[in-house]
Design a protein around this ligand. Structure first.
Ligand SMILES: C[S@@+](CC[C@H](N)C(=O)[O-])C[C@H]1O[C@@H](n2cnc3c(N)ncnc32)[C@H](O)[C@@H]1O
Length: 337
């Protein structure tokens, strides 16, 4: 049976996908997951038989959506990436991605990564995207805290297995394994995530506004899980260096900037009105703007319904336990817009 793979995405909805999807106003149809991130909601929608469009501004998320949402039947075998890459090709790529040196990885590791990137360029279609997803996975596994904006001196410290053991009682030896070991370790896990739900699902790598403008067929539901202000929301910093390796950085609206969230969200909602029957937004009672503020803005455009569920996010501070209420704000768009 197919299974959502190990992705490790900050702010993911992995543990909430059943609840989210079960509260959708339609049990079938087309859903656009506009801020798909690690694709956990897209994947659950695909499993339930919806036709899924997955979009995210980051290329590192697009490669995931290509591999496990759009891809219905292509698998990757280790012989697929036993491709010859010349020393010269690797060296040229190494020069291109040298900016990672002593920033995310040690020089000999950047060289290995350069070789793998060259291999990815020789693969075709979904095999290529599966391999790119595995490169992403390997890159994340090798970085302490699984994000790319940890300062280099911290990375060096935490990758010292003796230090890590002394301080945290964990050696974290996996940070020091070669990329290829992580790729091989995760290969079957990613292949197991590939399945066919009989629909033509599609992946997109666009700014949310552009995505709506360019959407050429209307959908039944647009699902939004945007980066909220004052949360762990710096996705460009967490994963953007991956996009830089492949020169696939795009410009996109920063939702969480300068208290403009509500204004940006309203602009986006207005664009969506002509393209969908429902808009479903994920939020929780800890984020700003508040659920009331978002609901009252939305109520200008149709009927609003709220669903709530107590949820325990992974927290280190014990007092915070059980305090979060996860919310779905569901807008049924007015007929006469
Ligand atoms: C909270 S995360 C989504 C998590 C996702 N639901 C999951 O379960 O993994 C928000 C996502 O919005 C993306 N994003 C931020 N600004 C965007 C924009 N203007 N257009 C498209 N995507 C954007 C980020 O790259 C990030 O992946």
């Amino acid at each position: 049976m197919s299974k959502y793979p190990k992705i490790n995405y900050i702010g993911n909805k992995n543990k909430l996908t059943d609840w989210i999807v079960n509260n959708f106003p339609y049990k079938k149809g087309t859903v656009l997951d506009l801020f798909c991130g690690g694709c956990s909601v897209s994947y659950a929608l695909k499993e339930k038989g919806y036709k899924v469009f997955s979009n995210d501004a980051l290329y590192s998320n697009y490669v995931l959506a290509k591999s496990i949402i759009e891809n219905n039947n292509v698998f990757l075998e280790s012989k697929d990436f036993e491709i010859e890459v010349s020393k010269k090709e690797t060296l040229n790529k190494y020069k291109e991605i040298k900016f990672l040196e002593n920033r995310l990885y040690f020089p000999y590791e950047v060289e290995e990564l350069a070789n793998l990137v060259c291999k990815s360029e020789k693969l075709q279609d979904y095999k290529k995207y599966l391999f790119l997803s595995l490169i992403r996975r390997a890159m994340i596994r090798k970085i302490p805290y699984s994000r790319m904006n940890v300062p280099w001196n911290q990375i060096v410290k935490l990758r010292d297995e003796d230090y890590s053991y002394e301080k945290y009682k964990r050696r974290r030896a996996y940070h020091n394994l070669p990329f290829i070991d992580h790729i091989n370790d995760n290969l079957s896990n990613y292949n197991n995530a590939v399945f066919n739900n009989g629909k033509e699902n599609q992946a997109f790598n666009r700014d949310a506004f552009k995505m709506i403008e360019k959407l050429d067929e209307n959908v039944d539901i647009i699902y939004m899980d945007p980066p909220y202000p004052a949360t762990m929301n710096k996705y460009g910093d967490f994963y953007g260096l991956y996009d830089s390796i492949f020169k696939r950085k795009i410009n996109y609206i920063n939702f969480s900037e300068n208290n403009k969230f509500l204004e940006n969200l309203e602009k986006l909602i207005i664009k969506c009105l002509y393209k969908t029957k429902y808009i479903v937004i994920s939020e929780n009672n800890k984020t700003k703007p508040s659920i009331d503020e978002i609901s009252s803005m939305l109520s200008k455009y149709g009927k609003v319904e709220i669903k709530e569920k107590k949820h325990q996010y992974k927290v280190t501070n014990k007092e915070n336990k059980n305090e979060t209420i996860e919310v779905l704000i569901i807008l049924q768009v007015k007929e006469n817009k």
